[in-house]
Write a protein that binds this ligand. Structure first.
Ligand code: FES
Ligand code: FE2
Length: 441
């Protein structure tokens, strides 16, 4: 349990809040590269409670800036994206992607270009089909985080799924490191007798009360949910949290699992999930299947999205959402076709997080040993935010991005009695060997 003040510290991300200041020191996923077209329409984009516009200029460079024009604060959303800059529709002032004022056509010549007029623009970069933004105050942005799923060659964005979730970022993230829900929320109706005994997923279905191990790591925190596997072996399901909001989650065997979620605050009560899963396009990603190859019912259904709108909250909203109880079907629930009556793993998670309060009151929880990873990660975040507040010190992973390469999620089978951290290290050594078949940019 944490105090009310700690809950506030962890969850509020506005510009003046401690967590907001902390998060702004890191590169933040902003949108897909494909959402912005050269000289195409600019887009409303809210990040960490800031109202921004995003656009791509004639040369293909991405601009992300305060949506208010610095002249008389008209919204640049109404402006014109033309000829290497965005021009305000009110009096025609024009700004490049760095915020420099290029033109003030409503002024007599002698008054043009007064020093110091600049739009508030943030640094951006693009990697693997995504646009990232740096909203901190360093003159030189920090190095790019070397999260394997984000830096591995990814020719387009087909492996990335964005989803708007109606709740606080930490609550959404905590759903990702709350491993013991797997056997209930997602797999509560799975029949273990039909599972392939060689499929690692089988162990997670057979044993719904795993041993949870946790450890602080140079990049953040890590857990293993450990269960007995075939004779003389143990099954570990690993996942890692990387500061400030990344989770490398388990969706396959660790050595071939390149996946990560970024839980990016839109504001205090809305989150954009950036789900990168490099297995998805190659067909290796699989939902749980029975031994005969048939899909386990109730799990595999990709999200369908509502048509996008220009609203601050108008992108990547699922068709099934809070307003329609996420498509809850009590008949399916009764017939054992889905534990919740909701179909699809992402939507089941979505439903759980969104039907809590938008920011849960963590003083009211009753955490148990199954929640060790949630507890440790909160403590690590609280410590990191307080350190930054008091001393200006930031987690090492910010300026040593290679530390991110030590983080992966995935399934590992080890000999019984092997220390869980040794099992992780052995699996990572195997994963990073010459046979792993991925090329980093
Ligand atoms: S308010 Fe934008 S040019 Fe005047
Ligand atoms: Fe889940």
């Amino acid at each position: 349990m944490i105090s009310e003040a700690e809950n506030e510290l962890l969850t509020r991300v506005g510009r003046k809040t401690p967590m907001g200041k902390f998060m702004r020191q890191f590169w933040i996923p902003a949108c897909l590269s494909s959402e912005l077209e050269a000289d195409g329409p600019q887009m409303r984009l809210m990040l960490l409670g800031e109202k921004l516009i995003a656009f791509r200029d004639t040369a293909g460079r991405v601009g992300i800036m305060d949506h208010l024009c610095p002249h008389r604060l008209a919204s640049l959303f109404l402006g014109r994206n033309e000829d290497h800059g965005i021009r305000c529709a009110y009096h025609g002032w024009k700004f490049d992607v760095d915020g420099n004022c290029l033109d003030q056509p409503n002024l007599p010549d002698k008054n043009k270009y007064p020093a110091g007029v600049k739009a508030k623009a943030y640094k951006t970069t693009e990697r693997g089909g995504m646009v990232f933004v740096y909203m901190g105050e360093r003159a030189e942005a920090p190095p790019f985080p070397e999260i394997e799923a984000a830096i591995t060659t990814n020719p387009d964005d087909r492996n990335i799924a964005l989803t708007h979730r109606e709740c606080n970022w930490l609550q959404a993230l905590e759903g990702d490191i709350d491993t013991s829900h797997l056997g209930f929320l997602h797999a509560g109706c799975v029949d273990p007798s039909k599972m392939d005994p060689n499929d690692a997923a089988t162990y997670t279905v057979l044993n719904k009360a795993p041993q949870i191990h946790v450890s602080e790591m140079p990049f953040g925190t890590m857990y293993s949910a450990s269960r007995a596997a075939m004779e003389g072996h143990e099954h570990h399901r690993f996942a890692c949290f990387i500061f400030p909001f990344w989770v490398c989650y388990p969706s396959d065997r660790l050595e071939r699992n390149l996946s990560a979620n970024a839980w990016v605050p839109i504001n205090d009560e809305h989150t954009m999930i950036f789900n990168i899963d490099l297995q998805r396009a190659s067909g290796k990603f699989k939902s749980m299947r029975y031994a005969d190859g048939s899909p386990v019912p109730g799990l595999a259904r990709p999200l369908e999205y509502l048509p996008r709108t220009n609203d601050w909250m108008g992108r990547w909203r699922p068709v099934k959402n809070k307003s329609n109880d996420h498509g809850l079907d009590r008949g399916m629930q009764r017939r054992g076709e889905s534990y919740t009556g909701i179909v699809g793993i992402p939507l089941q998670d979505q439903a759980i997080q969104e039907t809590m309060d938008p920011i849960i009151d963590r003083t009211q929880e009753h955490l148990a040993s199954s929640d060790r990873m949630v507890m440790l990660t909160r403590r690590a975040l609280l410590k990191a935010v307080r350190d930054y507040q008091e001393t200006g010190r930031l987690p090492a992973v910010l300026d040593e991005p290679a530390l991110c390469r030590q983080a992966r999620g995935g399934d590992v089978i080890s000999a019984a009695g092997t220390d869980w951290l040794d099992a992780y290290e052995d699996a990572m050594t195997a994963a990073h060997g010459p046979a792993r078949g991925v090329a980093a940019e």
